[in-house]
Design a protein around this ligand. Structure first.
Ligand SMILES: CC(C)(COP(=O)(O)OP(=O)(O)OC[C@H]1O[C@@H](n2cnc3c(N)ncnc32)[C@H](O)[C@@H]1OP(=O)(O)O)[C@@H](O)C(=O)NCCC(=O)NCCS
Length: 163
């Protein structure tokens, strides 16, 4: 999917949200390994990035890749599949900027809405998603295979104009 860049200057730093490229995958995979107990492999990122329907963004702060977001459309619903910010850069609205870019792109064309799964203990992510209008719609019991934690299912309606 073709997207423009979303440049911005925050607190005397240069911050850019731009489409992910294959050359980003090493840096993305490093953050992924530091972040998750069950990290995606580089091959999974690569496969996702190659998909025509996928939306994949990274955030760079002063030319350092510090966060990423991957989503994909299945039938008429967007699935937010991965969102992570490198730990030293958290609580600086990097995830919020990635989500703004994602909604800026996906809200242009009609669809049913957005969904995602998140660990029920992941307060940071749940608060973030709530602040963007997601609501909890159910639970997938024992969803995560490492420790069998439940996943909360979250949903957000499409907010564009219906034809
Ligand atoms: C969840 C995550 C992506 C948030 O990234 P971030 O860049 O730190 O988030 P932001 O700074 O954009 O936060 C925006 C808002 O989300 C909420 N939020 C973010 N982190 C929070 C926390 N630790 N506790 C409570 N609320 C939080 C707040 O409302 C925040 O706004 P505020 O700072 O003005 O109060 C980050 O913590 C992360 O990478 N976690 C590990 C990976 C992960 O859990 N990903 C989600 C999987 S579903």
């Amino acid at each position: 999917m073709s997207v423009e860049r979303f440049p911005g200057v925050h607190r005397a730093e240069e911050r850019v949200i731009r489409p992910m490229q294959f050359t980003d995958l090493e840096a993305v995979a490093e953050i992924e390994r530091r972040t998750y107990t069950m990290p995606w492999s580089p091959a999974v990122f690569s496969g996702q990035l190659a998909r025509e329907t996928a939306v994949c963004f990274v955030c760079e702060v002063d030319h350092r890749l510090v966060g990423y977001l991957l989503a994909d459309m299945f039938v008429d619903v967007w699935h937010l599949m991965n969102l992570a910010v490198d730990e030293p850069f958290r609580r600086r609205h990097v995830a919020a900027d990635l989500l703004e870019a994602y909604f800026g792109l996906t809200e242009r064309h009609g669809h049913r809405g957005h969904t995602l799964e998140v660990r029920v203990s992941n307060t940071a992510a749940i608060e973030l998603y709530r602040s963007f209008g997601f609501v909890s719609t159910g639970v997938r019991p024992r969803y995560y295979s490492d420790d069998r934690e439940d996943a909360a299912i979250m949903w957000k309606d499409w907010e564009g104009e219906t034809a």
